[in-house]
Design a protein around this ligand. Structure first.
Ligand code: GLN
Length: 310
């Protein structure tokens, strides 16, 4: 187990203070209008370890829209539900395209490149909508039990905003349906997908929820088995190669951790056998990744020597 220096709490504060003005380098997502209303200067960070320690700084307790970070949880639920059959319908390769790109999906006959781009997550949403009688509720209770916190909810304003402005996601879903790769009715699939993207959580709740991925599938705080060690490994592998969209290569090159971003400005990074980092700051770079979030995770990984490639 990596050692955390005694002065890490103050180092975390210093890392955050260094970023005070960097949020100005990005832009808050506005293609989902409800997200554009979040104050851009908010920022928070949490490091949670599998042995129960939690280090926090800034707005670590403020809930924000988890957006594409939800793709991790949907994927774990779908893997648990349908096992290896999932991989007949979605691939595990980086896409090298923006997260909501359509172009590759037609070339590749409706099989999404991976489960953490929009097409892949919509496919996963189809698995959930087809296999659960109330998939939104099942998703929400999965999140609440992982975080051990009932105060996790679907932000209805964001949800409505996504529905109204969701034409591109609808196009992805209908294209996959035309290839026979979506089972449920497209509106039902999209309803699930938008609901899971609209869940609001804090850095602290997210970091604690994901500890099972750093601990071979067992949640260290509850001792519950969330997924098999093999599936935890697979999720971490997919996050390493695709979690930061077409900036995943650069993130692996400079930071070296499995990670997932969302357009709400959150980023989670898994450190196997150690813990989870979650950073949040709404302004995004051109790839849709939080500018400050990336800097914070890079700084922490450097400080503690966390890269999985060392
Ligand atoms: N990258 C993201 O966070 C995208 C999620 C967003 N709900 C969308 O579908 O466009």
């Amino acid at each position: 187990m990596r050692k955390i220096p005694d002065d890490f709490k103050s180092k975390l504060h210093n890392l955050l203070t260094l970023q005070t003005l960097s949020y100005k380098e990005g832009n808050v997502a506005d293609y989902i209008p409800a997200l554009a209303q979040v104050p851009p200067e908010l920022m928070g960070v949490v490091v949670a370890t599998i042995d129960g320690k939690v280090f926090t700084a800034g707005d670590y307790d403020t809930q924000f829209s988890i957006q594409s970070i939800s793709k991790i949880f949907g994927l774990v639920m779908a893997m648990n539900r349908v096992g290896d059959n999932l991989w007949k319908r979605v691939n595990m390769e980086p896409s090298g395209q923006p997260f909501n790109s359509i172009i590759q999906l037609e070339w590749e006959k409706g099989i999404p490149r991976n489960p953490v781009i929009n097409a892949g997550a919509i496919l996963v949403a189809d698995v959930l909508a087809s296999h659960y009688s109330a998939s939104k509720l099942a998703f929400l209770s999965f999140m609440r039990s992982l975080a051990n916190d009932e105060n996790i909810y679907i932000d209805q304003e964001v949800n409505q905003s996504e529905l109204i402005h969701g034409n591109r996601n609808a196009a992805l879903a209908y294209l996959m349906k035309s290839f026979g790769n979506i089972e449920a009715e497209v509106p039902d699939v999209l309803t699930h997908y938008f609901a899971q993207c609209s869940v609001s959580m804090s850095c602290k709740q997210l970091a604690q929820s994901l500890l099972f991925l750093a601990n071979k599938g067992i949640h260290p705080l509850s001792n519950k088995k969330i997924c098999t060690p093999k599936d935890a490994h697979r999720v971490n592998a997919i996050l390493s190669t695709s979690g930061m969209y077409d900036q995943s290569g650069e993130f692996a090159f400079s930071v070296g951790l499995p990670a997932k971003s969302g357009v709400g400005g959150g980023i989670v990074a898994v450190v196997p056998n150690f813990g989870v980092i979650c950073a949040w700051s709404p302004p995004l770079n051109s790839f849709g990744n939080s500018v400050v979030g990336m800097n914070l995770i890079a700084g922490i990984a450097e400080e503690l020597g966390l890269s999985i490639y060392h």
